[in-house]
Write a protein that binds this ligand. Structure first.
Ligand code: FES
Length: 423
């Protein structure tokens, strides 16, 4: 009887090992796609010993020396080819972090800087710089003969990964599952205020008032609450990593992973990990939600991109309710944008998912408006009612399996055409 040896596929991005005849569609650890998996173990290199030289002609020296750094593909392997002070060197073109194309980055003295999140690797030794000093990428020998550049595809030095613990936000635990809250624990309600104000000289905010009424109602109902005021936090705006490459947008956000002073992690932790219900409150500014709201949601794009890039649903039974107030109008526009955004993150909504109050285009009596919101029994009852509906929806979803498996791509982001015109 012949024993069928199990193949080992290794994700070149994060080192995850998959056993089976074929690689998985996506890396369950980092979301890299199938093409990043290489055969490991005895199957690697097609059975060739790693030390056997495999010189490949990669092009004319004259042409290749015209650029200090370039990414080249040699038989399916990405190489970052450097030409510095007339000397060629080559390192792997795949960054240790999440697989960025090193050869498309830039040269900073002797270091190749990854174009995705700026990790640096020495152009000759492959050793990592400040963000990754315990890492290194493989190096390859290079020679020039008769005006041609040759790269030895056998790795001269191996890839090494520093022993970094995963970011605390990496793991998503659902209520009732190991590591998550118990089913019997109190419901957790997060309030997010997106109102902008000078925190040292605070002013009255109508949306904050109704948010606080709703949170007080939650406590009355036995829930635990947290209030996050974006105005109190220091966090960077999204810097467009997704625009470099969809896979450059990672969870948790690369800024959160790179910048210990960035406080968006508090929003992520409360919104993605801790809360069962999230109430988002915003004023209306020129017919839109506040600019702080947009700053927050741009940073939340990484949650949706996990769906797009890795078929990973971070949110499944998260219930979201909205509180919208303003001197100006356009409640439908503001609510429509917010419902679309949180719906696209995979959130659930209660029946009648928002409450709103405005004075309209022509009203300028804001003193009266402040007095009205502070005293109105109807608006306070509305805020409590929104919370009650969120709570009912949340409890109805306890223990319900939603969003397992891969989302069909048709009509969704990252939908590739399965039918093409014959021209
Ligand atoms: S992929 Fe290279 S720094 Fe993130």
């Amino acid at each position: 009887m012949t024993l069928h040896a199990e193949k080992i596929w290794i994700c070149s991005v994060c080192g995850y090992e998959h056993r089976g005849d074929t690689p998985p569609d996506y890396c369950p650890s980092c979301g890299a796609d199938r093409s990043e998996f290489k055969l490991g173990g005895d199957d690697a290199n097609g059975g060739k010993p790693e030390t056997e030289a495999d010189w490949q002609d990669v092009g004319a020296a004259d042409e290749l020396s015209s650029q200090p750094l370039r990414q080249i593909d040699v038989g399916g392997t990405a190489i970052a080819l450097v030409c510095k002070d007339g000397q060629f060197s080559a390192i792997s073109g795949v960054c240790n972090h999440v697989g960025g194309p090193l050869g498309l980055g830039r040269l900073d003295n002797d270091h190749v800087v990854c174009p995705w999140h700026n990790w640096k690797f020495h152009c000759r030794s492959g050793e990592g710089g400040c963000d990754c000093e315990h890492d290194s990428v493989p190096t390859h020998a290079v020679k020039v003969e008769d005006g041609r550049v040759w790269v030895d595809m056998a790795e001269a030095t191996p890839r090494k990964r520093g022993n970094r613990p995963p970011h605390p936000l990496t793991k998503i635990t659902m209520r009732g599952q190991p590591g998550g809250a118990l089913m019997s624990d109190p419901v957790r309600v997060v309030g997010i205020s997106t109102t902008i104000m000078d925190v040292l000289n605070p002013r009255y905010s109508t949306s904050d008032k109704l948010l606080n009424v709703a949170l007080a109602r939650a406590r009355e109902q036995g829930a635990e609450t947290r209030l996050i005021r974006l105005a109190d936090l220091k966090f960077r705006a999204c810097e467009g990593y997704y625009s470099k490459s969809s896979r450059a947008c990672i969870w948790p956000c690369s800024i959160t992973q790179m910048d210990p002073d960035d406080q968006m992690d508090r929003v992520y932790e409360a919104f993605v990990q801790w809360g069962d219900i999230v109430l988002v409150a915003t004023p209306i500014r020129w017919g839109q939600a506040s600019s702080l709201y947009y700053k927050m949601v741009e940073r939340m794009n990484c949650i949706q991109n996990q769906e797009t890039i890795a078929n990973r649903h971070l949110l499944r039974t998260k219930v979201v309710g909205l509180i919208i107030t303003g001197g100006q109008d356009n409640v439908q526009g503001v609510a429509g944008q917010m419902l679309t955004f949180f719906g696209e993150l995979g959130c659930q909504f209660p029946q009648y998912p928002f409450i709103a109050h405005t004075r309209g285009w022509s009203a300028e009596d804001m003193e009266n408006n402040v007095h009205y919101v502070e005293a109105s029994k109807d608006l306070h009852a509305a805020a409590a009612g929104l919370l009650d509906r969120c709570l009912d929806t949340c409890k109805a979803l306890f223990g319900v399996e939603i969003g397992k498996g891969q989302l069909p791509r048709g009509g969704r982001k990252a939908h590739e055409l399965d039918v093409r015109a014959k021209l």
